[in-house]
Design a protein around this ligand. Structure first.
Ligand SMILES: [Zn+2]
Ligand SMILES: [Zn+2]
Length: 102
């Protein structure tokens, strides 16, 4: 799946794997714990470049429905552009994020 964020390079966006639910859960946990771990995991398990791994990690939001960049909190959808700042968010609904919110 091709994704794009107008605030990030490369401008043309990148290709991301179709993550399944357990993978979304795992990546959300890692991102909340440590973005560096999440990046390393993506490079090791999905054989992606550092650049793509960083792009993905950056866009996983820590709190469901909330934009990582400007904290707008009514995103909705899974791969969404924030209506306020235009940033892309991987707005996966996972337990990791729910727990983090509490
Ligand atoms: Zn971005
Ligand atoms: Zn935003």
């Amino acid at each position: 799946m091709k994704i794009q964020c107008k605030n990030c390079l490369p401008k043309e966006g990148i290709e991301v794997p179709d993550f399944n639910e357990p993978e979304k859960q795992k990546l959300s946990e890692l991102k909340i714990q440590s973005p560096i771990l999440a990046m390393k995991y993506i490079v090791d398990y999905y054989k992606l470049s550092q650049r793509d791994a960083k792009y993905i990690t950056t866009h996983i939001n820590k709190i469901h429905d909330r934009c990582n960049r400007c904290a707008y909190d009514k995103l909705g959808g899974e791969y969404v552009e924030c209506p306020r700042c235009g940033s892309l968010n991987f707005n996966w609904q996972t337990d990791a994020k729910t727990l983090h919110t509490r």
